[in-house]
Design a protein around this ligand. Sequence first.
Ligand SMILES: NC(=O)c1ccc[n+]([C@@H]2O[C@H](COP(=O)([O-])OP(=O)(O)OC[C@H]3O[C@@H](n4cnc5c(N)ncnc54)[C@H](O)[C@@H]3O)[C@@H](O)[C@H]2O)c1
Length: 263
Amino acid sequence: MSERLKGKVAIVTGAGSRGPGLGNGKAASILFAREGARVLCVDQVLDRAAETVGLIRGEGGEAAAFAADVTRVAECAAMVAEAVKRWKGLDVLHNNVGIESRKDLLDTQEDEWDHVMAVDLKSMFLATKAAVPEMVKRGGGSVICVSSIAGMRGHGRTAYATAKAGVIGFVRSCAVQLGPKAIRVNAIAPGAVWTPMVENLGPDARERRRRANALGTEGTAWDIAWGAVYLASDESRWITGQTLIIDAGLTITTREGSLGAVR
Ligand SMILES: NC(=O)c1ccc[n+]([C@@H]2O[C@H](COP(=O)([O-])OP(=O)(O)OC[C@H]3O[C@@H](n4cnc5c(N)ncnc54)[C@H](O)[C@@H]3O)[C@@H](O)[C@H]2O)c1
């Protein structure tokens, strides 16, 4: 590896995976470490974070596991304090945590709406707010927030799509405020990648998702994680307030194209 993140301290939230296989947070943690970062792998389920740490340490990288629910302000503060205590500062915050809701407007109950907003949007606010003072001390940093293409197109999953659109507004707002402090804030909008989060959709949906994009290939968490490496690194030093879409061209296809009629 090329040590693109050498010397950096990073926090990845949702660094475990909810099931066997590779989620976006796990893949980003592994690539960050391979590129030379020291990574605090944060998950509300400690064992999940510990599994990711085991993989990183197994290949000689530096990482530690930390349990926190990032919808809670005190736990976000504790997570940042842990990274700073261990490694004397913080350069990168990868706000990866997110949960899905597959319900449309009329089926979404108020408690589900509130829960999705808390996990997918409020967590980004709380974690970023906790991290920024430490990045200011370092003279700059990079915050990455995982959105979704569901937040960029008309999408039937009301709460999820709304929260993920909110993430894009959040990064723009933070980017203009934090630019003068050399802190960059960007989003990644993954397309239909195959991760443990969507495994229960089943094989037919998996095939439909693969065929829908312009390349006709299945995306994995690695594809998303490479985008995170770029945004975490100094290679992206002049990029802020942006949303990096990683979707094999799904958002630029026409309906006919996305149904496979052109192949
Ligand atoms: N898979 C896809 O097709 C797809 C598409 C677009 C966006 N995304 C986004 O990717 C991100 C992560 O996906 P993943 O594949 O890594 O999911 P995942 O469910 O495999 O892993 C997420 C981890 O986050 C943890 N977590 C959940 N709530 C938490 C909280 N409040 N505090 C701390 N940890 C918490 C879980 O324990 C889990 O280990 C999400 O934001 C998701 O919306 C996924």
